[in-house]
Write a protein of this length. Structure first.
Length: 133
Protein backbone atom coordinates (compact mmCIF):
# COMPACT_ATOMS: atom_id res chain seq x y z
CA UNK A 1 0.00 0.00 0.00
CA UNK A 2 2.82 2.41 0.88
CA UNK A 3 4.47 1.58 -2.46
CA UNK A 4 1.33 2.62 -4.35
CA UNK A 5 1.15 5.91 -2.41
CA UNK A 6 4.82 6.58 -3.19
CA UNK A 7 4.26 5.80 -6.88
CA UNK A 8 1.31 8.21 -7.04
CA UNK A 9 3.39 10.90 -5.36
CA UNK A 10 6.36 10.53 -7.70
CA UNK A 11 4.12 10.23 -10.74
CA UNK A 12 2.51 13.53 -9.76
CA UNK A 13 5.90 15.17 -9.23
CA UNK A 14 7.15 13.99 -12.63
CA UNK A 15 3.92 15.14 -14.30
CA UNK A 16 4.21 18.61 -12.76
CA UNK A 17 7.88 18.96 -13.73
CA UNK A 18 7.20 17.86 -17.32
CA UNK A 19 4.20 20.20 -17.55
CA UNK A 20 6.26 23.14 -16.34
CA UNK A 21 9.09 22.28 -18.73
CA UNK A 22 6.76 21.99 -21.72
CA UNK A 23 5.02 25.22 -20.80
CA UNK A 24 8.36 27.01 -20.49
CA UNK A 25 9.46 25.76 -23.92
CA UNK A 26 6.24 26.67 -25.65
CA UNK A 27 6.02 30.17 -24.19
CA UNK A 28 9.69 31.03 -24.49
CA UNK A 29 10.70 33.67 -26.99
CA UNK A 30 14.45 33.38 -26.45
CA UNK A 31 15.89 31.97 -29.66
CA UNK A 32 18.87 30.42 -27.92
CA UNK A 33 16.99 27.42 -26.55
CA UNK A 34 17.73 23.98 -27.87
CA UNK A 35 14.02 23.46 -28.59
CA UNK A 36 13.78 26.53 -30.80
CA UNK A 37 13.87 24.30 -33.88
CA UNK A 38 10.62 22.60 -32.97
CA UNK A 39 8.54 25.34 -34.57
CA UNK A 40 5.63 24.13 -36.64
CA UNK A 41 3.63 25.90 -39.28
CA UNK A 42 4.44 27.53 -42.55
CA UNK A 43 6.86 30.41 -42.91
CA UNK A 44 4.79 33.16 -44.53
CA UNK A 45 7.72 34.65 -46.46
CA UNK A 46 8.97 31.36 -47.92
CA UNK A 47 5.76 29.30 -47.97
CA UNK A 48 7.48 26.29 -46.38
CA UNK A 49 7.81 24.67 -42.98
CA UNK A 50 10.85 25.91 -41.02
CA UNK A 51 13.69 23.42 -40.83
CA UNK A 52 16.06 22.45 -38.06
CA UNK A 53 19.64 22.48 -39.37
CA UNK A 54 22.67 21.19 -37.48
CA UNK A 55 26.27 22.32 -37.26
CA UNK A 56 28.86 20.19 -35.52
CA UNK A 57 31.76 21.74 -33.65
CA UNK A 58 34.61 19.22 -33.85
CA UNK A 59 38.36 19.29 -34.31
CA UNK A 60 38.26 23.07 -33.75
CA UNK A 61 36.02 23.60 -36.81
CA UNK A 62 32.38 24.37 -37.52
CA UNK A 63 30.99 21.81 -39.93
CA UNK A 64 29.66 22.87 -42.32
CA UNK A 65 31.62 26.13 -42.38
CA UNK A 66 28.99 27.70 -44.65
CA UNK A 67 25.29 26.97 -44.41
CA UNK A 68 22.45 28.34 -46.54
CA UNK A 69 19.02 28.41 -44.93
CA UNK A 70 15.63 30.11 -45.24
CA UNK A 71 14.24 32.72 -42.87
CA UNK A 72 12.54 31.06 -39.93
CA UNK A 73 14.87 28.05 -39.95
CA UNK A 74 16.64 27.02 -36.74
CA UNK A 75 20.29 26.08 -36.45
CA UNK A 76 21.70 23.95 -33.64
CA UNK A 77 25.43 23.89 -32.93
CA UNK A 78 26.68 20.89 -30.91
CA UNK A 79 30.15 20.86 -29.40
CA UNK A 80 31.96 17.54 -29.95
CA UNK A 81 35.37 18.80 -28.78
CA UNK A 82 36.68 18.23 -25.27
CA UNK A 83 37.11 21.99 -24.78
CA UNK A 84 34.45 24.72 -24.70
CA UNK A 85 33.65 26.84 -27.75
CA UNK A 86 31.35 29.75 -28.56
CA UNK A 87 29.18 30.85 -31.46
CA UNK A 88 29.64 34.62 -31.61
CA UNK A 89 28.57 36.99 -34.40
CA UNK A 90 31.31 39.11 -35.90
CA UNK A 91 28.98 42.07 -35.35
CA UNK A 92 28.11 40.75 -31.85
CA UNK A 93 24.42 41.40 -32.53
CA UNK A 94 22.79 38.14 -33.61
CA UNK A 95 24.67 35.17 -32.17
CA UNK A 96 26.02 34.98 -28.64
CA UNK A 97 26.05 31.44 -27.29
CA UNK A 98 28.33 31.97 -24.33
CA UNK A 99 30.53 29.00 -23.51
CA UNK A 100 29.31 25.69 -24.97
CA UNK A 101 30.77 22.71 -23.11
CA UNK A 102 31.57 19.32 -24.64
CA UNK A 103 28.33 17.55 -25.59
CA UNK A 104 26.20 20.68 -25.13
CA UNK A 105 24.30 22.63 -27.77
CA UNK A 106 23.19 26.13 -28.68
CA UNK A 107 20.38 26.96 -31.08
CA UNK A 108 19.07 30.04 -32.82
CA UNK A 109 16.14 30.88 -35.10
CA UNK A 110 17.07 33.18 -37.99
CA UNK A 111 14.24 35.62 -38.58
CA UNK A 112 15.91 38.00 -41.05
CA UNK A 113 17.71 37.57 -44.36
CA UNK A 114 21.41 38.27 -44.40
CA UNK A 115 24.86 36.79 -44.03
CA UNK A 116 25.82 36.00 -40.45
CA UNK A 117 29.55 35.52 -39.99
CA UNK A 118 30.59 34.07 -36.64
CA UNK A 119 33.61 32.76 -34.76
CA UNK A 120 34.70 31.15 -31.48
CA UNK A 121 35.76 33.70 -28.86
CA UNK A 122 38.18 31.18 -27.35
CA UNK A 123 39.72 30.11 -30.69
CA UNK A 124 39.48 33.09 -33.03
CA UNK A 125 40.74 31.06 -36.00
CA UNK A 126 37.46 29.12 -35.96
CA UNK A 127 35.15 30.94 -38.39
CA UNK A 128 32.03 30.17 -40.34
CA UNK A 129 28.92 31.81 -41.78
CA UNK A 130 25.23 31.31 -42.31
CA UNK A 131 23.45 32.77 -45.33
CA UNK A 132 19.73 33.35 -44.77
CA UNK A 133 17.45 33.87 -47.79
Amino acid sequence: MKYMRDMKYWSSVVFIILSLALNACSSRTDSSTADAGLNVGVNVSTGKTPELREIEIANFKYSPAELRIDTGDSVVWTNRDSVPHTVTSDAKDELDSGSIADGKSYSHVFEKEGTYSYYCEFHTGMKAKIIVK
